[in-house]
Design a binder for this molecule. Sequence first.
Ligand code: IMP
Length: 421
Amino acid sequence: MSKVSVILGLNYGDEGKGKVSTYLAKDCDIALRCTGGNNAGHTVVFNNEKFVFHLIPSGILNNIDAVIGNGVVIDPKVLFEEIDVLKNYHVDLSKLHISTRAHLIFPYHILEDKLQEDLKGDDKVGTTARGIGPCYMDKANRIGLRVTDMYHDDFEKKLRRNIQNKNAIFKLYNYELIDEDKVVSDYLNYRDLMKPYVMDTVSFLHKQIENNKNIVCEGAQATGLDMDLGDYPMVTSSNPTIGGIQTGSGLSSKVIDKVYGVCKAYASRVGEGPFITEQKNAIGDEIRELGHEYGATTKRPRRCGWMDLVYLKYAVNVNGVTDLALNHLDTIGKMQSVKLCVGYKFRDKIYDEYSDDIIGYENEVEPIYEEYETNYEIGKINSYEELPINAKKYVERIEEYLNVPVSIIGIGPENEDVIIR
Ligand code: IMP
């Protein structure tokens, strides 16, 4: 029987999914990305080298097949930058497979991302400005160009038409215009470069399941950024929850065994949007410094705060999480004590659910906290039993509240700094 494990972020991204996927990839035959694009940034330390992946599943470092699924949006420039880095490390790239159905990001999407943010004024989302939203917009609008379209005779015609239509809009807003001939020539070049990697990944994955292969699906972004189930409109333009794994790969729910929900022992968020347990004070600054909370993709300082179990319960239910992966347990040990949010007070009522009744009024929501003494150091240990008592108390309270086992615990920055239970 094949095993399919899914790794999903439960908060707002940057939970350390890359590290968990690289670890799980050791027992897998295929690593898979299903959603998002180079708005993601997984930093992975492998054999003492630091790798930052934006598109390619980090599992490729384990010399297994790596699939960029149909739900991903691909900026070829970024793709080939990553391929070049991997080539330098002699990673076997014949194992990289790119879906014919994945949509392509073009320079006009990146410019549109900027334009749309400018037009939103005070309501800007704070996107990563990588053209992700506009690319998914074109996909929904049926004018997107997929990887497969590059190999059809009318590709150049369609691309020129798109550029001309987009330029008409940029002209209206006095924006710089896209150089049509340059983009066409660049993408005709990418078409040839990409050819060896392109395949029908849906059929490929179905075959792998038939052949009892094990697959790890590397989630990107996170539940709070889901277009439908996150904090709309402060979201990304895809579904980084369990549903996106299925539509973004062609794998059915029937074949998924394990859903690992990844979170940190505190919380962080990039960009705008609700963050009920945010600490806009010296505590938030301390967490940021201790946890090195600066964007892998954009280097932006992340907003930091306490772990929110009410929100996490929602994320666990949305995704059908079977196991939790809890990162940065070592980081909170460097503080004297930490807080866990176990309820919300809103207009004299207590809530234990992340409910639509209160989203949008987060400034009026008062988190209800439990305080836990931490102040411990986790050295090089191999088992749960060896954890300091304060760390165990914290982990066990999380398990009790969420009713899900914490199976993977991150105790340091290296890939090996993990305890499995
Ligand atoms: P976009 O995905 O670039 O359109 O950005 C939409 C929102 O999602 C912004 O708040 C981004 O900061 C956030 N976002 C997108 N990808 C990630 C990620 O991988 N980690 C954390 N935040 C992300």
